[in-house]
Design a protein around this ligand. Structure first.
Ligand SMILES: Nc1nc2c(c(=O)[nH]1)N[C@H]1C(S)=C(S)[C@@H](COP(=O)(O)O)O[C@H]1N2
Ligand SMILES: [Mo]
Length: 531
């Protein structure tokens, strides 16, 4: 009994708790001071971002497949658990041997500082919040250890001989005092850390006026407006995805743990590399330019068969073709490496940016300035290519180069260097594992093959004959196309498959492939129970 009780409430267990409180102090103090430094420079964001940069493709694929667009929340939970475990260990070590504990904390502090200063767009001074946080954490740990060490000294009282009963009583009294002191100190420190951390978050939110600047921004009207969307692009089946994705529902995939905040007055795009003429564009240059508007469906390479990492929006921007015409690429160049302010990069074939598709530096999305998460103030939008090789958000640099000489962010992590979008069809109604009544069932969904277009969607029930679905109107070959189908459902379990044919006449392959390295393929199959 005593041993179990000692395990849970004995000094060592309390030391673990002290470690956790001290870790909270490190993070909270750094968060508070960090409000006055670059946003991405606080320990949690720097650790998380560094972890993301070292994520192997299989793990990224797993994280996206398992947590979808919540993968960042999952990362934070995982980091929280890891930090808690490490903090418990450090607390116990510090209790047993203070010098080792100090070395451990300093080592962790050094790791944090290394993660912070190696982020892109971060200066050496951005290490200050983490350094001060570590010092504060160390002080908190020392403060909490004092009553625990006293507890250790008074601990042998149960073994005290009978004639020392009075001493034992005194010791028991001292033990109580030490415990109370510990809990009081731990409580006060934890509450203080909570206030500092929350204050830091609120302060950095208040200090950022990018959201306000975005709201105040009025976009110019396009010199070339988007082609009118024909009637009937929306599948008539209730429950099918809206043809135009509202900004708030647009899938978000990126490596940015905190969204980069860019002042439009500071934004510049440098176009350089294998060019005759280096070009620098300001945001005002874009506002003054002849802009185009175009509906384009973006798709993520990590989208599994049947997945929803795709969205369709009306983009406003300046054609990349014209940017490149000003820069005049040299012979031999075959790629444009676009880089964002936070160090992400994408390799896009040069000829794709020079042909007549509406590849652009986008500043508007569905009539609004780009939302912060979708690349404010400027991103790339390139019809026909997965986002990881084309859709650079918060873009600040275009280097005209060669595939042989340069590799982009995900290519360095095991993904392909090129990424044309594969033909894909999706069943959205009924949902997989749905239970539906027998009789006429309206089925519907969406298919895409950007730049080739969708010319046919077929449905197959239980390995029967393939039947043609009714296609909704086509807006263009670079937008997705919806479909509907009337199914005469008989009772029992049924498997429904869907496949599309693109504008070149090619039928979507049934060859199953994982998203890594260049996009998932295969036919979606949904199981439906008819009652
Ligand atoms: N700066 C930056 N841009 C980025 C990414 C990123 O991680 N960082 N991810 C790309 C990927 S993988 C995709 S699929 C698209 C997604 O754009 P969205 O979040 O606006 O839908 O952005 C692309 N642009
Ligand atoms: Mo992506």
């Amino acid at each position: 009994m005593t041993t179990l009780r000692n395990r849970i409430t004995g000094p060592a267990a309390l030391a673990a708790l002290a470690g956790v409180v001290a870790a909270a102090v490190v993070l909270a103090v750094a968060e508070l001071i960090g409000a006055f430094f670059t946003a991405r420079a606080t320990p949690l964001f720097a650790l998380g971002s560094t972890f993301i940069d070292f994520t192997p493709p299989k793990l990224k694929d797993f994280a996206v497949a398992t947590f979808g667009t919540n993968n960042k929340a999952a990362l934070f939970v995982g980091m929280g658990l890891t930090i808690t475990v490490l903090a418990c260990v450090l607390g116990v070590v510090a209790y047993r041997k203070w010098v080792l504990g100090v070395l451990g904390v300093l080592f962790m502090g050094a790791v944090i500082v290394a993660c912070v200063v190696t982020r892109s767009g971060v200066s050496g001074a951005d290490a200050i919040p983490s350094v001060l946080g570590t010092v504060a954490g160390l002080l908190a740990l020392r403060l909490l250890m004092a009553p625990l060490w006293r507890l250790k000294e008074v601990k042998p009282w149960p073994e005290a001989p009978a004639d020392q009963a009075a001493d034992a009583d005194a010791l028991r009294g001292q033990e109580g005092t030490s415990r109370r002191r510990f809990f009081a100190a731990a409580g006060v420190t934890a509450v203080g850390a909570g206030i500092a951390g929350t204050g830091g978050r609120l302060l950095s939110a208040a200090r950022s006026n990018i959201t306000k600047a975005r709201e105040a921004l009025t976009l110019p009207s396009p010199a070339k407006p988007a082609a009118a969307v024909p009637a009937g692009v929306q599948s008539p089946v209730p429950g099918v995805t809206p043809w135009l994705t509202p900004n708030n529902d647009f899938y978000r995939i990126d490596t940015a743990l905190s969204v980069p905040e860019i002042n439009i007055n500071d934004w510049k795009l440098r176009v350089h590399g294998l060019v005759d003429q280096e070009v620098t564009l300001t945001f005002q240059d874009l506002l003054d330019a002849q802009l185009i508007e175009s509906h384009v469906t973006l798709t993520c390479v990590s989208n599994p068969v049947g997945g929803n990492l795709a969205g369709n929006a009306k983009w406003l921007g300046f054609p990349l073709r014209e940017v490149l015409a000003r820069a005049k690429p040299k012979d031999g160049a075959d790629m444009v490496l676009s880089t964002s302010i936070d160090g992400f990069s994408a390799s896009t074939p040069l000829e794709v940016l020079q042909d007549d598709r509406d590849a652009m530096l986008a500043i508007g999305m569905n009539g609004k300035p780009l939302p912060l998460e979708h690349g404010y103030p400027v991103r790339m939008v390139v019809p026909g290519l997965y986002g990881f090789v084309s859709a650079t958000k918060w873009v600040v640099d275009l280097e005209v180069t060669r595939f042989a000489d340069n590799k982009a962010y995900w290519t360095n992590r095991g993904w392909s260097e090129r990424g044309p979008i594969k033909t894909m069809a999706r069943v959205e109604v009924p949902k997989s594992f749905a239970k539906v009544p027998a009789g006429k069932i309206a089925m519907g969904g969406t298919a895409w093959a950007q730049t080739r277009g969708i010319t046919k969607v077929e449905i197959q029930v239980d390995n029967g004959e393939w039947a043609e679905a009714t296609l909704s109107a086509e807006a263009s070959t670079v937008t997705w196309r919806q479909w509907s189908y009337q199914w005469d459902a008989t009772p029992g379990p049924h498997y429904i498959k869907v496949r599309a044919t693109d504008g070149t006449g090619e039928v979507q392959t049934d060859q199953r492939a994982d998203p890594v390295p260049d996009g998932a393929s295969g036919w979606q199959s949904v199981m439906v129970t008819v009652q």
